[in-house]
Write a protein that binds this ligand. Structure first.
Ligand code: GLU
Length: 420
């Protein structure tokens, strides 16, 4: 794929730069490397929706399958105003490496609809989701491609997708999506899985660095399904959650926020802004506040050349996908900042999605304690493999994680060969 194509986007440039560097280190076969640079298929759809005012509006949606070499494709669906073909393709590529790194039998996929979900009514969101599902229906299925929540989508979105797909099949097909509500085949612990996985990864990082998490000051950017859960769990572990931010604003209290009260405030007002026991801080400054641990859990491209040298944290755990540019990575490496990369740190979501899919295929459901202990085991093993590889190869954790993920996908290509 050339960078100057209809796929061009900042996140895809980042993903390709990472792939090219790792391909060189792995001395990947040129043909396999070239195949990894391209998505297997990408669908762009127009989604006409009847709005509440009676007018029809057209939205643009995407579903991209990066590769299918290790199994059906897996990845979230994002509703956001800046979604583009290139961004969705980059995110699908990251899903490929993430699934392979975690040992899941999936290729990578991602979907997106360019919209402002907060400005749409519930009825409009349902219309949008059902029509999007109808438009991509040939690309999804329990053994083909299994969507899940991502930014701007949730359990309700998955229920609508599952229902729309099931209606076309004349039977209920729970395995077509994960992250569903419990009552229609969701898994215990799926909602908390990404945040919980971040905490498990952080335990391991702290252990390896000889640090005690208790009393450490944490800043979390993003207070959605990922950031809020991570903040709550770390607060319960005795961390000082001093700063948090969301799309509407950021707040700071160096002595720590009461995360339970903050969650109540967010449930009532829709934002962390205006929380009584904190000072507002400009959104861009949140990442630069004095803290030990920084968890970017919002959009991509937040840690860049122009701010990475002013980040005070010594551990960055990537809750978001692609929050750090390659230039910022180099700065962190030089400064000795430990970055636990997205494909490892936030993989708890897709790991429990895998558990949900397996449970759905078997119509046999596990207890929450079983889910969390298996999640902890998978996260800990993956972390230790990555840490060990990074020490052995003398690389940072991102390079080591990408090397393992990419090597597995490449091995799949090599062993399956090229059709015809
Ligand atoms: N959207 C999540 C991610 O980026 C979860 C994907 C899934 O569960 O399939 O990893």
């Amino acid at each position: 794929m050339t960078e100057k194509s209809e796929f061009d986007s900042p996140l895809l440039r980042t993903a390709l730069t990472q792939l090219d560097r790792v391909a060189e280190r792995l001395q990947l076969d040129r043909d396999v490397h070239e195949r990894l640079r391209h998505p297997r298929r990408a669908l762009v759809v127009s989604i006409p929706i009847k709005m509440d005012d009676g007018k029809t509006e057209i939205f643009t949606g995407y579903r991209v399958h990066h590769n299918t070499v290790l199994g059906p494709t897996k990845g979230g669906l994002r509703y956001a105003p800046d979604v583009s073909l290139g961004e969705v393709t980059a995110l699908a590529m990251l899903m490929s490496w993430k699934c392979a790194l975690m040992g899941l039998p999936y290729g990578g996929a991602k979907g997106g609809v360019r919209c402002q979900p907060r400005r749409l009514s519930r009825q409009e969101l349902e219309n949008l989701t059902r029509r999007y599902t109808a438009e991509i229906i040939l690309l999804i299925g329990p053994d083909l491609d299994i969507p899940a929540p991502d930014m701007g989508t949730d359990e309700q979105t998955m229920a609508w997708i599952m229902d729309t797909y099931s209606m076309t099949q004349g039977r209920t097909v729970p395995g077509v999506v994960t992250g569903k509500p419990l009552i229609v085949g969701g898994s215990a612990g799926r909602r908390e899985a990404t945040g919980r996985g971040i905490v498990y990864a952080l335990y391991q990082a702290a252990r390896r660095l000889g640090q005690d998490l208790r009393g450490k000051r944490v800043v979390v950017q993003g207070f959605g399904n990922v950031g809020a859960v991570a903040a709550r769990l770390l607060w319960r572990e005795g961390c000082v959650v001093a700063g948090v931010g969301d799309v509407r604003g950021a707040i700071w209290n160096p002595n720590g926020l009461d995360v339970r009260q903050l969650e109540a405030h967010v449930a009532e007002s829709g934002s962390v802004s205006g929380f009584a026991d904190a000072e507002p801080v400009p959104a861009a400054d949140l990442l630069l506040q004095p803290c030990d641990i920084l968890i970017p859990a919002a959009v991509g491209g937040q840690l860049r050349e122009d701010n990475a040298d002013r980040v005070k944290a010594t551990i960055v755990v990537e809750g978001a996908n692609g929050p750090t540019t390659p230039e910022a990575d180099a700065i962190f490496r030089d400064r000795g900042v430990t970055v636990v990369p997205d494909i490892l740190a936030n993989a708890g979501g897709v790991v429990v999605s895998y558990f949900e899919w397996v449970q759905g295929l078997q119509y046999y459901f596990w207890r929450e304690s079983e889910i969390t202990s298996r999640l902890q085991e998978v996260m800990t093993r993956a972390f230790n493999r990555v840490w060990g590889a990074a020490s052995k190869e003398g690389t940072d954790l991102r390079t080591a994680a990408l090397m393992e993920g990419i090597r597995r996908v490449a091995e799949g290509y090599r062993i399956r060969g090229l059709y015809p």
